[in-house]
Write a protein of this length. Structure first.
Ligand code: ZN
Length: 293
C-alpha cells in the first residue's frame, strides 16, 4: 500500500454547516435604492429565495415594473412572496375618503394575487383628532368590507401593530392585543397579525399575545430588524439585527413555539444602510440574520 493520497477534503472532519436561509425573506424596502429586478439578481446567488414586495417596486408611475411583470420575474427566479406591503389606512372622517381607501386596498389585494403573495400587510392608519377607539372601529369595518375580495383572491390580510409613536397618524393599533381584538371580532381565517419586532419588542404582554395568536391561528408574519437605543429618526433609523437592544432570539423562540412556519422577514428602513453600497449590504444582512436572529 502506498501512502494515503493527500485529500482536498478531509473526510474525518465534519463539513461546515450550510447556512439555513430557507426561511429568510427580505423586504424590497430594505434595499430602497434597488429595483425589484436588482433585489432578485442580488439575492438569488446568495441562496435567499423569498422577497416581500413593496408597492412602489410594482408601480410604473413610481418607476417600478407592472404587477404582471413582477409576478413573472419572481416566478421565473423561483422566489416566494410572503407579502405585498402595504394596504390599510382605513380611518377617515369623510365617506368618500373611506371608499377611496377601500378601493386602494382592493387594488392591493389584486396586486398581491398577481405576484402570488400570501398576504397584504395592513398599516391600519389613524387620523389626528379622531379618538383612537373610534379609529379602530373604522379599521374593523374597513377590513370587514374587504373580506369578499380577499376571499375571491385567496389573499390573507395581516394587521401590523405599529409602535405607539405612530399612534397620531399612522396606526391606531399599537399592541398585539388590539390587533387580536379585531381578529376576534371578525373571526375570519384570512384575518391575522404581522408581528414586527421593531414595533412590539417593548410590550410586556408580547409573549402572551404570541401564544394567543398561535392558538387562534392568527400569527401570519414575523418581521425582524433591531431598535437602536439612540435612535436618530423615528422612521428611517432601524437597526440591522445585532445593532440594537431587541432580544431577537427570545422573541423568535416564542414565535416558533406556536408552530409558526412562515418566513423571518427582514424589514429595515435606514438612511444609513440605504446610503451603503447595496451589493455589500445584502451579505451583511444575511450574516446578521445568522448570528443574531
Ligand atoms: Zn413590518
Amino acid at each position: 500500500m502506498g501512502r494515503r493520497p493527500t485529500a482536498l477534503i478531509d473526510m474525518d472532519q465534519p463539513a461546515p454547516p450550510i447556512p439555513d436561509l430557507a426561511r429568510l425573506a427580505v423586504h424590497t424596502m430594505t434595499h430602497q435604492p434597488w429595483s425589484l429586478a436588482q433585489c432578485i439578481a442580488a439575492y438569488q446567488p446568495l441562496g435567499v429565495s423569498a422577497l416581500s414586495v413593496w408597492r412602489n417596486t410594482i408601480d410604473p408611475n413610481l418607476g417600478g415594473v407592472t404587477p404582471n411583470d413582477a409576478g413573472a420575474m419572481l416566478r421565473d427566479a423561483g422566489f416566494t412572496v410572503p407579502a405585498l406591503v402595504r394596504g390599510g389606512f382605513f380611518p377617515a372622517f369623510e365617506e368618500p375618503d373611506r371608499q377611496q381607501a377601500l378601493d386602494d386596498n382592493r387594488r392591493a389585494i389584486d396586486e398581491a394575487a398577481t405576484i402570488n403573495a400570501e398576504m397584504v400587510v395592513l398599516v391600519v392608519g389613524a387620523v389626528p383628532d379622531m379618538p383612537l377607539d373610534e379609529a379602530r372601529m373604522h379599521v374593523a369595518d374597513g377590513i370587514a368590507d374587504l373580506l369578499d375580495h380577499a376571499e375571491a383572491r385567496n389573499i390573507k390580510l395581516a394587521i401590523e401593530p405599529l409602535h405607539p409613536m405612530y399612534a397620531a397618524d399612522r396606526s391606531c393599533i399599537n399592541r398585539m392585543a388590539e390587533a387580536r381584538e379585531i381578529c376576534q371580532q371578525l373571526d375570519h381565517p384570512l384575518v391575522g397579525i404581522a408581528l414586527d419586532v421593531y414595533h412590539l419588542w417593548w410590550d410586556p404582554d408580547l409573549e402572551f399575545e404570541i401564544r394567543r395568536a398561535g392558538q387562534m391561528g392568527t400569527l401570519f408574519a414575523y418581521h425582524i430588524c433591531d431598535w437602536r437605543p439612540l435612535t436618530r429618526d423615528l422612521l428611517n433609523d432601524r437597526g440591522l439585527m445585532g445593532d440594537g437592544c431587541i432580544d431577537l432570539k427570545s422573541i423568535r423562540a416564542a414565535v416558533e413555539a406556536t408552530g409558526f412556519t412562515g418566513h423571518h422577514e427582514v424589514e429595515i428602513f435606514s438612511d444609513e444602510y440605504w446610503a451603503m453600497d447595496q451589493a455589500q449590504y445584502a451579505p451583511k444582512i444575511i450574516a446578521a440574520y445568522l448570528q443574531y436572529a
